[in-house]
Write a protein that binds this ligand. Structure first.
Ligand code: FAD
Length: 414
């Protein structure tokens, strides 16, 4: 067995690579037992996701990641976990502990693979959320049950080639009333899941009133075309699409009937931002745990590299960051579930965890030396995936401006 196989076996069995009972502490990124604060149901879901990730995702993720493909077979297996119904009710209301549930699901997924968490986050946190917050009761009854069962997969189309951070002000995709339907024109970029989703929620500006409206556009609708974005260096298992809408006609029943213009989009993004903060924590925790296990096994100069002071310094700084980040997002989700979360708090968590995650994964990669850039050792994927976490759901700069405005009372937005 090589180093990597020993390490994987050790992690899976909770024993040292020799097969003897592990004499060194297990790699565990939860130093303050924060996860002991979860309810029994939350802890059970966390354990289920953890098992699923290690049994179903870990063995195939590098292969799919290398091929820029999302493993569709995971969808049926994920259905058995029934995760969305831990968050959403069929009428579009949220379960009392929805934010914490979403958080721990995200954490456990990202500990192993961020792409899997993104598939789930786009479908549940963005597409289902758009319908839950923007559809009429009749529309929710039509779409949500199948979405909660992962029988129909959704995507969320907001960003445009020329409108990322500024999409609220410069949305170019338009909708025009035409008889009993609507005609959509424009482009959307970066749309996760859209290459295989059953439908995408498309946000468009009304040519007549300037209001932002949401539409459920089903795959195969004439005038709706998706091209897979290739050449990504991060989240390569997520399939991001570039969507072209060319005189795409949709019936009025596919317009989300209960949206409140941009406010609905903003509410959806607010919910999703907390989820992305948890992604940073899970990704950092997974990288820390891989690095610690490697430092306990890898030998140089006749010693385990974990015996070197400089390596221990890296590990302690990483664990400090992971611990602080985990405390932050747990409180964030408590606030959200109590109904007391404000946007700037979600932005603060997103901007902070993404930035600290960047530092943690860089140190983790460094501990692996050259092996740190090989996909098969695991840490390289955390290292590059962090770059996407850093830039979506509001870039570092945009979330900083949101928090800066809240704490100073002065807006620095231009
Ligand atoms: C992997 C991935 C998945 C994604 N999935 C989706 C999805 O499913 N659906 C969707 O709709 N979108 C998605 N996005 C898009 C994502 O939300 C945008 O990338 C993000 O909002 C940033 O927009 P941009 O990339 O156009 O960067 P830009 O807005 O062009 O920003 C470029 C740089 O300028 C800075 N900047 C911009 N404005 C200001 C300012 N006022 N002050 C200071 N600095 C500023 C930014 O912080 C950044 O550093 C995804 C993106 C990625 C990378």
């Amino acid at each position: 067995m090589n180093d990597k196989q020993l390490m994987q076996l050790g992690r899976a069995l909770g024993v040292g690579g020799s097969g003897k009972k592990r004499e060194l502490p297990a790699a565990d990124g939860d130093a303050y037992d924060y996860l002991e604060l979860l309810t029994d149901e939350q802890a059970e879901v966390a354990a289920q996701v953890n098992r699923f990730m290690r049994a179903e995702v870990a063995p195939i993720m590098n292969d799919y990641w290398s091929r820029d493909e999302f493993p569709r077979e995971l969808i049926g297996k994920m259905r058995e976990l029934d995760l969305l119904r831990r968050i959403w009710n069929e009428d579009g209301t949220r379960r009392p502990d929805a934010a914490m549930m979403e958080g721990v699901i995200t954490l456990e997924a990202c500990r192993v693979d961020v792409s899997t968490a993104v598939f789930f986050g786009v479908h549940s946190g963005l597409a289902a959320a758009s319908i839950a917050l923007g559809a009429s009761d009749e529309q929710k009854a039509r779409w949500l049950p199948d979405m909660l069962d992962l029988r129909r997969i959704g995507a969320f189309g907001l960003t445009e080639p020329e409108g990322g951070s500024q999409v609220s002000q410069g949305m170019r995709t338009t909708c025009r009333r035409d008889g009993d339907g609507w005609v959509l024109n424009g482009e959307k970029k970066w749309i996760g899941n859209s290459t295989f989703s059953d439908f995408t929620v498309i946000w468009a500006r009304d040519e007549e009133t300037d209001e932002v409206r949401g539409f459920v556009v089903e795959a195969g609708t004439p005038g709706y075309r998706v091209e897979k974005i290739m050449g990504k260096i991060a989240l390569r298992m997520v399939e991001n699409g570039h969507i072209y809408l060319e005189d795409c006609r949709v019936a009025d029943e596919f317009r989300l009937h209960a949206t409140r213009g941009w406010d609905t989009v903003s509410d959806v993004l607010g919910l999703a931002r907390s989820g992305v903060a948890w992604q940073g924590v899970g990704c950092a925790m997974g990288a820390y745990e891989l690095a610690l296990a490697y430092a306990q096994e890898r030998r140089q100069f006749g010693k385990r590299i974990g015996e070197f002071q400089l390596i221990q310094n890296h590990l302690v700084l990483m664990l400090g960051d992971v611990t602080a980040m985990l405390g932050m997002v747990m409180r964030l989700s408590h606030l959200a579930d109590e109904g007391g979360l404000v946007d700037a708090q979600a932005s603060l968590a997103k901007v902070h965890t993404a930035a600290r995650c960047r530092d943690v994964v860089a140190r983790a990669r460094e501990i692996f030396g050259g092996n740190g850039i090989l996909l098969e050792y695991g840490v390289a994927k955390h290292f590059v995936d962090t770059e996407a976490i850093y830039s979506y759901e509001g870039t570092n700069e945009i979330n900083t401006l949101v928090v800066g405005r809240a704490i100073t009372g002065l807006s620095a937005f231009v």
